[in-house]
Design a protein around this ligand. Structure first.
Ligand code: CO8
Length: 262
């Protein structure tokens, strides 16, 4: 794995061959998401996507911040044409192409683009001191990487509207109650607990995990009828995998399954 300027990547995290950890690493600016950071992140994600050993990716920041948003310094004087030419959304658009589960482990601030990045992951585990929000309105702009769309789908129109129009933050428990966060854990054990969840997922049949992820995501892209049809087809497809045979055989034989990923 190559070295990056703005992120740290650990493969074989805690000696677990199937788990990789990416840490956003611009602590002086609370991990503000510069264009270069996003390029590093997407490059690393695709390298892990191509790595046959890796099954689950954890994305995290540090105790103070997951990420406090897009880099305001980089944007403050930008014109719309600068924004277009910078083409920063090219990186964001590539995030949904990762087929492996990405878990956001959030301590501290997840604001603006930081909240949007966390929401671009498959689910969020939050430390109990985490703070989420879309504060763009406070600096005269609006969310640009999914804050009005993903947050609305996650917590509903009324609560999303409140968050986006006031720019106020919500704490981890509020975020969990509203459905933005899957689980809140003590801040000190965030990585350990996320690692345990990642281990569980990495022990499941990888093809089924991929098809399940695709099917859940389809719920956001389709009508219920089309989504149900998509799910059913992915369900049929699992029966083409050896791992499905192994999983059901192991259940009948009352032993742990051994999945190989095909
Ligand atoms: N960009 C650049 N620098 C930042 C950012 C940021 N988003 N957030 C914090 N910093 C810097 C501060 O300037 C400060 O630097 P310095 O020490 O040199 O003065 C350092 O990080 C520490 O920050 P604070 O001193 O402000 O720390 P506090 O604990 O007092 O406050 C806050 C923490 C509340 C998080 C505060 O820093 C803050 O409000 N930050 C800005 C949050 C924000 O408005 N985010 C939204 C940005 S816009 C956005 O995300 C649009 C997304 C569009 C799509 C994405 C396209 C790429």
């Amino acid at each position: 794995m190559k070295n990056y300027e703005n992120i740290l990547v650990t493969k074989n995290y805690r000696d677990h061959a199937h788990i990789a950890l990416i840490q956003l690493n611009r602590p002086k600016v609370l991990n503000a998401l510069s264009t270069d950071l996003m390029k590093d992140l997407v490059d690393a994600l695709f390298a892990l996507e191509d790595d046959k050993e890796v099954r689950v990716i954890i994305l995290t920041g540090n105790e103070r911040a997951f990420a406090a948003g897009a880099d305001i310094g980089q944007m403050a004087e930008a014109t719309p044409i600068d924004q277009i030419n910078d083409n920063r959304f090219r990186t964001w658009k590539q995030l949904p192409l990762i087929t492996k589960p990405i878990i956001a482990a959030v301590n501290g601030f997840a604001l603006g683009g930081g909240c949007e990045l966390a929401m671009s992951c498959d689910f969020i585990v939050a430390g109990d001191k985490a703070q989420f929000g879309q504060p763009e309105i406070k600096i005269g702009t609006i969310p640009g990487a999914g804050g009005t769309q993903r947050l609305t789908r996650a917590i509903g129109k009324s609560k999303a509207m409140l968050a986006v129009l006031t720019g106020d933050m919500m704490d981890a428990y509020q975020a969990e109650r509203d459905g933005l966060v899957a689980k809140v854990v003590p801040a000190e054990t965030l990585i350990q607990e996320t690692f345990e969840i990642a281990k569980t997922i990495s022990n499941r049949a990888p093809v089924a995990v991929r098809l399940a992820k695709e099917a859940v995501n389809m719920a956001f892209e389709s009508s219920l009828k089309d989504g149900m049809e998509y799910e059913r087809r992915n369900f049929y497809l699992t029966f083409a995998s050896k791992d499905q045979k192994e999983g059901m055989k192991a259940f009948i034989e009352k032993r742990e399954p051994k999945y190989e990923g095909f």
